[in-house]
Design a protein around this ligand. Structure first.
Ligand code: HEC
Ligand code: HEC
Length: 318
């Protein structure tokens, strides 16, 4: 079976489960504390940067820049990804170097060019705030540890689930949900366009690493973690659910729009490192338009955070 036929078959099977995609997040007390921490610049040494500075809900939980800036204004080496729909992600970061949201959170907190703290400093800053003491006491944590802090942040992140999409409705049997162009685009996505070889499943990612020719001598991607020659230039397949609003794209933010991404897949340049897994597609202009129409159907509502402020007030009221 050719590679794209395999991809299509697997894609059909796995994308089918997207219909079971949950929509409502669980606003547990732990997640409410995580919400407060996620937006709290106290967690950075100069008290000017929170997680949400870079993962801004108004920018698709990214920062809207090709490369973002840390607490002291230095440019970061990689593009800031969105943090929605990560509850099932087995690997985090573009190179997959950590395996849980808890382990992930400690990285920006302690990274000297991001938030520049140490675990004991974070604990003492949080524990010195009476509202955090009361909030953690409400979940039976009297002696706040770094595990409790990153645990709460991760619990909040697990509530960041985006809403059902037009394509989800189509999968559930609403055959008129897609218009003619979107239906043609769907066929291209799953067959000739080969997208579903890698962008499959609930979130349109196989959670694997692939070389699509975007690696550079400065950023070897997955190779940095594994030191395996075949991983040179490989990056984690990003989710395509709710792509709109979190441009620019790719690990280095090189593409400002989805159209630029499709032009890249149509005529991929020779890779700088490793071997690209892509076949040049040479898409016609009308095929690009159809693909764009289909990709639009993968966008649902962004998570609704409006209940958190009241839930927090309730949690910390004496
Ligand atoms: C200064 C900007 C900045 C700040 C502050 C920041 N991040 Fe990030 N975040 C990034 C960048 C850049 C990456 C990608 C880095 C990489 O892949 O090497 C990232 C990656 C992530 C990822 C992985 C997403 C994925 O799909 O693999 C998660 C989750 C995340 N950040 C959560 C957080 C949390 C929680 C905080 C606060 C404790 C935080 N970030 C603070 C810039 C930031
Ligand atoms: C061989 C696997 C593979 C195939 C086939 C593939 N992609 Fe990707 N895609 C990836 C990887 C890996 C990245 C991340 C590359 C990087 O960050 O440098 C990516 C990135 C993207 C992005 C950027 C998303 C973001 O958040 O930055 C979009 C959009 C995208 N692909 C759409 C598509 C479409 C549409 C097709 C079909 C025309 C396709 N891909 C085919 C693996 C693949």
């Amino acid at each position: 079976m050719s590679r794209w036929v395999t991809g299509v078959v697997i894609g059909w099977l796995i994308v089918g489960f997207a219909s079971a995609w949950a929509t409502a997040g669980n606003m547990s007390p732990q997640a409410v504390i995580g919400w407060k921490l996620f937006f709290d610049p106290l967690l950075s040494r100069p008290k000017n940067t929170s997680c949400a500075t870079c993962h801004d809900p108004a920018k698709g939980y990214g920062d809207g820049m090709p490369l973002g800036k840390g607490a002291y204004g230095q440019t970061l080496p990689r593009h800031t990804p969105s943090v929605v729909n990560l509850q099932e992600a087995p690997h985090l970061f573009w190179d997959g170097r950590v395996q849980s949201l808890e382990a992930q959170a400690i990285e920006p907190l302690t990274n000297p060019i991001e938030m520049d703290m140490t675990p004991p400093e974070i604990v003492s800053r949080v524990a010195s705030q009476p509202h955090y003491q009361r909030a953690f006491a409400a979940i039976e944590v009297d002696d706040i540890r770094i595990e409790d802090i990153v645990g709460a942040i991760a619990a909040f992140e697990r509530t960041l689930v985006t809403g059902p999409t037009v394509f989800d409705r189509w999968l559930q049997g609403e055959k008129d949900a897609l218009n003619a162009a979107q239906k043609r685009g769907r066929m291209i996505f799953f067959t000739r366009g080969q997208c579903a070889i890698c962008h499959i499943g609930n979130s349109f990612t196989d959670h694997e690493f692939h070389n699509v020719g975007t690696g550079t001598a400065n950023d070897l991607g997955r190779f940095v973690v594994t030191q395996q020659a075949e991983d040179q230039g490989s990056f984690k397949t990003p989710s395509l659910r709710n792509w709109k609003g979190r441009e620019p794209f790719m690990h280095d933010g090189r593409f400002a729009s989805m159209r630029e991404v499709l032009q890249f897949y149509s005529d991929p340049p020779a890779p700088e490192v490793g071997e690209s897994e892509l076949d040049p597609l040479e898409l016609e202009e009308d095929e690009i338009a159809d693909l764009l129409a289909f990709l639009e159907t993968l966008n649902g509502a962004w998570p609704d955070l409006s209940g958190y402020a009241a839930a927090w007030e309730k949690l910390v009221s004496p």
